[in-house]
Write a protein that binds this ligand. Structure first.
Ligand code: FAQ
Length: 311
Protein backbone atom coordinates (compact mmCIF):
# COMPACT_ATOMS: atom_id res chain seq x y z
CA UNK A 1 0.00 0.00 0.00
CA UNK A 2 1.15 3.54 -0.85
CA UNK A 3 3.05 4.98 2.18
CA UNK A 4 1.73 8.48 1.43
CA UNK A 5 -1.87 7.21 1.50
CA UNK A 6 -1.21 5.32 4.72
CA UNK A 7 0.25 8.42 6.36
CA UNK A 8 -2.67 10.59 5.22
CA UNK A 9 -5.09 7.96 6.57
CA UNK A 10 -3.31 7.86 9.93
CA UNK A 11 -3.40 11.64 10.23
CA UNK A 12 -7.16 11.60 9.66
CA UNK A 13 -7.46 9.04 12.48
CA UNK A 14 -5.17 11.08 14.73
CA UNK A 15 -7.34 14.16 14.09
CA UNK A 16 -10.42 12.15 15.23
CA UNK A 17 -12.05 12.33 11.81
CA UNK A 18 -14.58 9.60 11.07
CA UNK A 19 -13.76 7.23 8.23
CA UNK A 20 -16.78 6.65 5.97
CA UNK A 21 -17.52 3.67 3.68
CA UNK A 22 -16.39 5.28 0.43
CA UNK A 23 -13.15 6.70 1.85
CA UNK A 24 -9.84 5.05 1.09
CA UNK A 25 -8.74 2.74 3.93
CA UNK A 26 -5.88 0.26 4.38
CA UNK A 27 -6.85 -3.36 3.70
CA UNK A 28 -5.90 -4.30 7.29
CA UNK A 29 -8.25 -1.66 8.68
CA UNK A 30 -11.13 -3.00 6.58
CA UNK A 31 -10.37 -6.61 7.55
CA UNK A 32 -10.06 -5.84 11.26
CA UNK A 33 -13.36 -3.99 11.21
CA UNK A 34 -15.15 -6.81 9.40
CA UNK A 35 -13.77 -9.25 11.99
CA UNK A 36 -14.65 -7.13 15.02
CA UNK A 37 -18.05 -5.82 13.84
CA UNK A 38 -18.94 -9.28 12.50
CA UNK A 39 -17.99 -11.00 15.77
CA UNK A 40 -19.94 -8.38 17.64
CA UNK A 41 -23.03 -8.89 15.44
CA UNK A 42 -22.80 -12.67 15.84
CA UNK A 43 -22.54 -12.22 19.62
CA UNK A 44 -25.78 -10.26 19.68
CA UNK A 45 -27.54 -12.96 17.68
CA UNK A 46 -26.11 -15.98 19.53
CA UNK A 47 -26.50 -14.02 22.79
CA UNK A 48 -30.27 -14.24 22.42
CA UNK A 49 -30.17 -18.00 23.04
CA UNK A 50 -29.24 -18.24 26.74
CA UNK A 51 -31.86 -15.70 27.77
CA UNK A 52 -34.58 -16.74 25.34
CA UNK A 53 -34.30 -20.10 27.11
CA UNK A 54 -36.13 -18.48 30.06
CA UNK A 55 -38.84 -16.43 28.34
CA UNK A 56 -41.50 -19.10 28.74
CA UNK A 57 -40.51 -19.68 32.36
CA UNK A 58 -40.17 -16.09 33.59
CA UNK A 59 -41.62 -15.85 37.13
CA UNK A 60 -44.16 -13.09 36.38
CA UNK A 61 -45.90 -11.62 33.35
CA UNK A 62 -43.99 -8.37 33.87
CA UNK A 63 -40.60 -10.11 33.91
CA UNK A 64 -41.62 -12.05 30.83
CA UNK A 65 -42.58 -8.88 28.88
CA UNK A 66 -39.30 -7.21 29.90
CA UNK A 67 -37.19 -10.20 28.93
CA UNK A 68 -38.99 -10.56 25.62
CA UNK A 69 -38.26 -6.90 24.82
CA UNK A 70 -34.62 -7.29 25.79
CA UNK A 71 -34.06 -10.37 23.66
CA UNK A 72 -35.77 -8.63 20.75
CA UNK A 73 -33.40 -5.67 21.21
CA UNK A 74 -30.43 -8.02 20.84
CA UNK A 75 -31.75 -9.10 17.44
CA UNK A 76 -31.98 -5.42 16.48
CA UNK A 77 -28.38 -4.81 17.61
CA UNK A 78 -27.23 -7.72 15.49
CA UNK A 79 -29.00 -6.21 12.48
CA UNK A 80 -27.51 -2.71 12.90
CA UNK A 81 -24.09 -4.29 13.18
CA UNK A 82 -24.54 -6.53 10.12
CA UNK A 83 -25.53 -3.37 8.20
CA UNK A 84 -22.37 -1.62 9.44
CA UNK A 85 -20.30 -4.62 8.29
CA UNK A 86 -22.01 -4.58 4.88
CA UNK A 87 -20.69 -1.05 4.25
CA UNK A 88 -17.21 -2.64 4.24
CA UNK A 89 -18.04 -4.85 1.26
CA UNK A 90 -19.11 -8.12 2.90
CA UNK A 91 -22.68 -9.37 2.67
CA UNK A 92 -24.73 -10.46 5.64
CA UNK A 93 -25.13 -13.91 4.09
CA UNK A 94 -21.37 -14.27 3.72
CA UNK A 95 -20.54 -13.47 7.32
CA UNK A 96 -23.50 -15.48 8.61
CA UNK A 97 -22.15 -18.50 6.76
CA UNK A 98 -18.73 -17.86 8.29
CA UNK A 99 -20.32 -17.97 11.75
CA UNK A 100 -22.26 -21.12 10.96
CA UNK A 101 -19.25 -23.10 9.74
CA UNK A 102 -16.98 -21.88 12.54
CA UNK A 103 -14.73 -19.52 10.55
CA UNK A 104 -15.88 -16.54 12.64
CA UNK A 105 -16.18 -16.21 16.39
CA UNK A 106 -18.78 -14.83 18.76
CA UNK A 107 -18.29 -13.83 22.39
CA UNK A 108 -17.04 -16.59 24.69
CA UNK A 109 -19.68 -15.71 27.30
CA UNK A 110 -22.56 -17.17 25.29
CA UNK A 111 -21.06 -20.64 25.53
CA UNK A 112 -22.07 -20.85 29.18
CA UNK A 113 -25.51 -22.19 30.14
CA UNK A 114 -28.29 -20.31 31.95
CA UNK A 115 -29.40 -22.92 34.45
CA UNK A 116 -32.12 -21.03 36.32
CA UNK A 117 -33.91 -17.68 36.68
CA UNK A 118 -31.12 -16.12 38.78
CA UNK A 119 -28.80 -16.64 35.80
CA UNK A 120 -31.01 -14.38 33.69
CA UNK A 121 -30.52 -11.63 36.28
CA UNK A 122 -26.78 -12.31 36.41
CA UNK A 123 -26.53 -12.12 32.61
CA UNK A 124 -28.24 -8.72 32.58
CA UNK A 125 -26.21 -7.39 35.50
CA UNK A 126 -22.78 -8.77 34.62
CA UNK A 127 -22.81 -9.62 30.91
CA UNK A 128 -24.64 -6.50 29.80
CA UNK A 129 -22.58 -4.54 32.36
CA UNK A 130 -19.36 -5.81 30.76
CA UNK A 131 -20.78 -5.21 27.27
CA UNK A 132 -21.54 -1.56 28.12
CA UNK A 133 -18.08 -1.04 29.62
CA UNK A 134 -16.62 -2.20 26.30
CA UNK A 135 -19.15 -0.44 24.07
CA UNK A 136 -19.39 3.06 25.54
CA UNK A 137 -15.84 3.93 24.35
CA UNK A 138 -16.64 2.31 20.97
CA UNK A 139 -19.16 5.10 20.36
CA UNK A 140 -16.03 7.15 19.54
CA UNK A 141 -14.50 4.50 17.28
CA UNK A 142 -13.02 5.82 14.03
CA UNK A 143 -15.33 4.04 11.57
CA UNK A 144 -18.50 6.14 11.12
CA UNK A 145 -21.14 3.41 10.61
CA UNK A 146 -19.80 1.37 13.58
CA UNK A 147 -19.69 4.42 15.81
CA UNK A 148 -23.27 5.39 14.95
CA UNK A 149 -24.54 1.84 15.53
CA UNK A 150 -22.82 1.84 18.93
CA UNK A 151 -24.54 5.05 20.04
CA UNK A 152 -27.97 3.51 19.64
CA UNK A 153 -26.93 0.13 21.02
CA UNK A 154 -25.49 1.68 24.18
CA UNK A 155 -28.77 3.40 25.00
CA UNK A 156 -30.57 0.06 24.87
CA UNK A 157 -27.81 -1.82 26.71
CA UNK A 158 -28.15 0.40 29.75
CA UNK A 159 -31.81 -0.55 30.03
CA UNK A 160 -30.73 -4.20 29.74
CA UNK A 161 -28.18 -3.86 32.50
CA UNK A 162 -30.71 -2.22 34.79
CA UNK A 163 -33.33 -4.91 34.23
CA UNK A 164 -30.70 -7.53 35.12
CA UNK A 165 -29.66 -5.68 38.25
CA UNK A 166 -33.29 -5.30 39.25
CA UNK A 167 -33.96 -9.03 38.76
CA UNK A 168 -30.89 -10.09 40.75
CA UNK A 169 -31.67 -7.50 43.47
CA UNK A 170 -35.08 -9.08 43.90
CA UNK A 171 -33.49 -12.53 44.24
CA UNK A 172 -30.72 -11.31 46.56
CA UNK A 173 -33.28 -9.66 48.83
CA UNK A 174 -35.69 -12.61 48.71
CA UNK A 175 -35.90 -15.87 50.65
CA UNK A 176 -32.68 -17.61 51.77
CA UNK A 177 -33.08 -20.00 48.82
CA UNK A 178 -33.44 -17.13 46.37
CA UNK A 179 -30.40 -15.40 47.83
CA UNK A 180 -28.42 -18.64 47.50
CA UNK A 181 -29.45 -18.84 43.85
CA UNK A 182 -28.30 -15.25 43.25
CA UNK A 183 -24.93 -16.01 44.88
CA UNK A 184 -24.56 -19.21 42.85
CA UNK A 185 -25.27 -17.30 39.61
CA UNK A 186 -22.64 -14.70 40.53
CA UNK A 187 -20.17 -17.49 41.33
CA UNK A 188 -20.64 -19.04 37.89
CA UNK A 189 -20.81 -15.85 35.81
CA UNK A 190 -18.06 -13.77 37.43
CA UNK A 191 -14.97 -15.15 35.68
CA UNK A 192 -16.68 -15.76 32.31
CA UNK A 193 -17.76 -12.08 32.45
CA UNK A 194 -14.16 -10.99 33.07
CA UNK A 195 -13.15 -13.07 30.03
CA UNK A 196 -15.47 -11.06 27.78
CA UNK A 197 -12.84 -8.30 27.58
CA UNK A 198 -10.46 -10.66 25.79
CA UNK A 199 -7.06 -12.07 26.78
CA UNK A 200 -4.67 -10.09 28.98
CA UNK A 201 -2.86 -7.30 27.15
CA UNK A 202 0.32 -9.33 26.76
CA UNK A 203 -1.63 -12.00 24.80
CA UNK A 204 -3.85 -9.63 22.82
CA UNK A 205 -2.62 -9.89 19.25
CA UNK A 206 -4.77 -7.14 17.77
CA UNK A 207 -4.84 -4.42 20.45
CA UNK A 208 -1.79 -2.36 19.45
CA UNK A 209 -2.76 -1.89 15.80
CA UNK A 210 -6.49 -1.60 16.58
CA UNK A 211 -5.81 1.15 19.08
CA UNK A 212 -3.56 2.99 16.63
CA UNK A 213 -6.45 2.94 14.16
CA UNK A 214 -8.96 3.80 16.93
CA UNK A 215 -10.97 0.69 16.12
CA UNK A 216 -10.48 -0.07 19.81
CA UNK A 217 -10.25 2.80 22.27
CA UNK A 218 -8.87 0.93 25.32
CA UNK A 219 -6.87 -2.18 26.04
CA UNK A 220 -8.58 -5.34 27.28
CA UNK A 221 -7.02 -5.05 30.76
CA UNK A 222 -8.01 -1.40 31.15
CA UNK A 223 -11.67 -2.20 30.53
CA UNK A 224 -11.58 -5.32 32.72
CA UNK A 225 -10.24 -3.24 35.61
CA UNK A 226 -12.95 -0.61 35.12
CA UNK A 227 -15.59 -3.34 35.15
CA UNK A 228 -14.27 -4.82 38.41
CA UNK A 229 -14.11 -1.36 40.02
CA UNK A 230 -17.69 -0.65 39.02
CA UNK A 231 -19.16 -4.04 39.91
CA UNK A 232 -17.68 -4.70 43.38
CA UNK A 233 -19.74 -1.94 45.10
CA UNK A 234 -22.85 -3.21 43.31
CA UNK A 235 -22.26 -6.72 44.69
CA UNK A 236 -21.71 -5.24 48.16
CA UNK A 237 -25.01 -3.37 47.92
CA UNK A 238 -26.72 -6.65 47.01
CA UNK A 239 -25.08 -8.45 49.95
CA UNK A 240 -23.41 -10.89 47.56
CA UNK A 241 -19.78 -11.99 47.58
CA UNK A 242 -17.52 -11.84 44.51
CA UNK A 243 -15.97 -15.32 44.28
CA UNK A 244 -12.39 -14.09 44.53
CA UNK A 245 -10.49 -14.35 47.83
CA UNK A 246 -7.79 -12.04 46.45
CA UNK A 247 -10.19 -9.22 45.70
CA UNK A 248 -8.94 -6.21 47.63
CA UNK A 249 -9.05 -2.42 47.33
CA UNK A 250 -5.56 -1.11 46.56
CA UNK A 251 -5.25 2.44 47.85
CA UNK A 252 -1.98 3.13 45.99
CA UNK A 253 -3.37 2.11 42.63
CA UNK A 254 -6.86 3.49 43.31
CA UNK A 255 -8.29 0.23 41.96
CA UNK A 256 -9.32 -3.21 43.16
CA UNK A 257 -6.72 -5.97 42.90
CA UNK A 258 -8.35 -9.15 41.63
CA UNK A 259 -7.55 -12.66 40.37
CA UNK A 260 -7.24 -13.19 36.64
CA UNK A 261 -9.64 -15.68 35.09
CA UNK A 262 -8.35 -19.12 34.12
CA UNK A 263 -6.97 -18.26 30.69
CA UNK A 264 -6.70 -21.90 29.62
CA UNK A 265 -10.49 -22.14 30.03
CA UNK A 266 -10.90 -18.99 27.91
CA UNK A 267 -8.76 -20.33 25.05
CA UNK A 268 -10.61 -23.65 25.27
CA UNK A 269 -13.98 -21.91 24.98
CA UNK A 270 -12.97 -19.72 22.03
CA UNK A 271 -11.59 -22.70 20.18
CA UNK A 272 -14.97 -24.43 20.31
CA UNK A 273 -14.76 -26.48 23.51
CA UNK A 274 -16.91 -24.52 25.96
CA UNK A 275 -19.92 -26.09 27.68
CA UNK A 276 -22.48 -24.94 25.05
CA UNK A 277 -20.51 -24.26 21.81
CA UNK A 278 -22.00 -27.23 19.98
CA UNK A 279 -25.58 -26.42 21.06
CA UNK A 280 -25.28 -22.75 20.15
CA UNK A 281 -23.97 -23.41 16.65
CA UNK A 282 -26.51 -26.18 16.12
CA UNK A 283 -29.34 -23.79 17.09
CA UNK A 284 -28.09 -21.09 14.69
CA UNK A 285 -27.59 -23.60 11.87
CA UNK A 286 -31.08 -24.94 12.36
CA UNK A 287 -32.56 -21.41 12.30
CA UNK A 288 -30.65 -20.70 9.06
CA UNK A 289 -31.84 -23.96 7.46
CA UNK A 290 -35.44 -23.45 8.62
CA UNK A 291 -35.44 -19.97 7.09
CA UNK A 292 -34.24 -21.16 3.70
CA UNK A 293 -37.72 -21.21 2.14
CA UNK A 294 -38.37 -17.66 3.33
CA UNK A 295 -35.16 -16.39 1.74
CA UNK A 296 -35.93 -18.29 -1.46
CA UNK A 297 -39.48 -16.86 -1.53
CA UNK A 298 -38.22 -13.31 -1.04
CA UNK A 299 -35.67 -13.72 -3.83
CA UNK A 300 -38.30 -15.15 -6.19
CA UNK A 301 -40.63 -12.27 -5.38
CA UNK A 302 -37.87 -9.69 -5.97
CA UNK A 303 -37.02 -11.36 -9.27
CA UNK A 304 -40.66 -11.29 -10.44
CA UNK A 305 -40.95 -7.64 -9.47
CA UNK A 306 -37.82 -6.80 -11.41
CA UNK A 307 -39.16 -8.47 -14.55
CA UNK A 308 -42.57 -6.83 -14.11
CA UNK A 309 -44.52 -10.08 -13.87
CA UNK A 310 -46.02 -9.60 -10.42
CA UNK A 311 -49.81 -9.90 -10.57
N1 FAQ B 1 -14.80 -14.14 22.96
O1 FAQ B 1 -6.27 -9.63 20.08
P1 FAQ B 1 -7.49 -9.78 20.91
C1 FAQ B 1 -22.89 -8.54 23.52
C2 FAQ B 1 -10.44 -13.48 20.37
S1 FAQ B 1 -21.34 -8.12 24.12
C3 FAQ B 1 -14.40 -14.74 21.82
O2 FAQ B 1 -7.52 -9.07 22.21
P2 FAQ B 1 -9.55 -8.05 19.78
C4 FAQ B 1 -24.11 -7.87 24.14
C5 FAQ B 1 -10.23 -12.41 19.32
O3 FAQ B 1 -11.30 -12.39 18.41
C6 FAQ B 1 -20.15 -9.22 23.40
N2 FAQ B 1 -13.24 -14.44 21.22
O4 FAQ B 1 -8.79 -9.44 20.02
C7 FAQ B 1 -25.09 -8.85 24.66
C8 FAQ B 1 -8.92 -12.86 18.72
O5 FAQ B 1 -9.15 -13.97 17.85
P3 FAQ B 1 -9.18 -13.83 16.22
C9 FAQ B 1 -19.66 -8.79 22.06
C10 FAQ B 1 -12.47 -13.49 21.81
O6 FAQ B 1 -10.56 -8.28 18.72
C11 FAQ B 1 -25.26 -8.98 26.02
C12 FAQ B 1 -8.17 -13.41 19.92
O7 FAQ B 1 -9.15 -13.76 20.88
N3 FAQ B 1 -18.95 -7.56 22.13
O8 FAQ B 1 -22.94 -9.32 22.66
C13 FAQ B 1 -12.85 -12.83 22.97
O9 FAQ B 1 -8.58 -6.95 19.60
C14 FAQ B 1 -26.20 -9.89 26.54
C15 FAQ B 1 -7.17 -12.43 20.48
O10 FAQ B 1 -7.78 -11.33 21.19
C16 FAQ B 1 -18.01 -7.24 21.21
O11 FAQ B 1 -17.72 -7.99 20.30
C17 FAQ B 1 -14.08 -13.18 23.56
N4 FAQ B 1 -14.51 -12.63 24.70
O12 FAQ B 1 -10.29 -7.77 21.18
C18 FAQ B 1 -25.87 -9.63 23.81
C19 FAQ B 1 -17.38 -5.88 21.36
N5 FAQ B 1 -11.89 -11.94 23.29
O13 FAQ B 1 -10.37 -12.96 15.87
C20 FAQ B 1 -26.81 -10.56 24.32
C21 FAQ B 1 -16.47 -5.51 20.22
C22 FAQ B 1 -10.92 -12.06 22.36
O14 FAQ B 1 -7.89 -13.21 15.80
C23 FAQ B 1 -26.96 -10.68 25.71
N6 FAQ B 1 -15.27 -6.29 20.22
N7 FAQ B 1 -11.26 -13.00 21.47
O15 FAQ B 1 -9.38 -15.25 15.75
C24 FAQ B 1 -14.13 -5.95 20.88
O16 FAQ B 1 -14.09 -4.93 21.57
C25 FAQ B 1 -12.92 -6.82 20.72
O17 FAQ B 1 -13.10 -7.62 19.58
C26 FAQ B 1 -12.58 -7.71 21.96
C27 FAQ B 1 -11.37 -8.57 21.62
C28 FAQ B 1 -12.25 -6.82 23.15
C29 FAQ B 1 -13.75 -8.63 22.31
Amino acid sequence: EDPAKLAAFQSRIDADEKIEPKDWMPEGYRKTLIRQIGQHAHSEIVGQLPEANWITRAPTLERKAILLAKVQDEAGHGLYLYCAAETLGVSRDEITEMLLDGRMKYSSIFNYPTLNWADVGAVGWLVDGAAIMNQVPLQRTSYGPYSRAMIRICKEESFHQRQGYDAIRKMAGGTPDQKRMAQDALNRFWYPSLMMFGPSDKDSVHSTQSMKWKIKMNTNDELRQKFVDQTVPQAEYLGLTIPDPKLNWNDDRGHYDFSEPDWSEFFDVISGNGPCNTDRLAARNQAWDDGKWVRAGLMAHAEKKRSGTVA
